[in-house]
Design a protein around this ligand. Structure first.
Ligand code: 5GP
Length: 207
């Protein structure tokens, strides 16, 4: 990246319905070393392979409620019967350090973040179509039929809010690296935007 382009961290929200592959795409972004992932707190049970403190902070409903009361959550929501929230301190520390922070959150959280941080960049990651999404969810085999239906219903509700987002990226089968590249390109473009670089003339003339 050119030395003159803004070097402040960006707050990036990546939302995607169940089956969009956001975990895989975000993993590519994290591997690039240019992004930090915000580990959310949740009351849902860990899936096989998920690790406490890495995928989520897995906590009880009582603990979640007391964190809300203490004002420790930047935003939170209830999703398919469980609570999910972004720990405030962790997120604020990353932003203060100048790193790019990714929040992998659903649409209600995305809207709340945009209200609090109008500079945040909101990316909607989608499977190529609803039918591909359905096939992916069933293929994953990590949820019961009832939970899959709930998540598919939720996806239908969420797509109505697509206009809340700044960008849409499609995660086509086998092309998750390309989807991650698109998100990186969005971040690069955003950082180069004139509105995010207010001292262009000053820097040009005095350096
Ligand atoms: P999952 O149970 O599949 O891991 O996540 C369910 C949904 O909750 C996903 O859409 C995910 O992006 C969202 N989610 C995860 N963490 C948070 C959070 O901290 N806040 C909000 N608002 N949504 C979250």
């Amino acid at each position: 990246m050119t030395a003159n382009i803004m070097n402040k961290g960006l707050l990036i929200v990546v939302s995607g319905p169940a089956g969009s592959g956001k975990g895989t795409v975000n993993a590519h972004l994290l591997n690039s070393g240019e992004f930090v992932y915000s580990v959310s707190a949740t009351t849902r049970a860990p899936r096989p392979g998920e690790i406490d403190g890495i995928n989520y902070h897995f906590i009880t409903k009582d603990e979640f409620k007391s964190r809300i009361e203490r004002g420790d959550m930047l935003e939170y929501t209830e999703y398919c019967g469980n609570f999910y929230g972004t720990p405030k301190k962790e997120a604020e520390d990353v932003l203060a350090s100048g790193k790019n922070l990714i929040l992998e959150i659903e649409v209600e959280g995305a809207q709340n973040i945009k209200k609090k941080y109008p500079d945040a960049v909101l990316v909607l990651l989608l499977p190529p179509s609803y039918s591909v999404q359905e096939a992916r969810l069933r293929g994953r085999g990590t949820e019961t039929e009832e939970k899959i239906r709930l998540r598919l219903e939720r996806a239908k509700e969420e797509i109505a809010f697509a206009n809340v987002y700044d960008y849409v990226v499609y995660n086509r089968d086998g092309l998750d690296r390309e989807a991650a590249e698109e998100i990186r390109a969005i971040v690069t473009a955003e950082k180069s935007s004139v509105s995010r670089n207010p001292h262009i003339a000053e820097n040009y003339l005095n350096n």
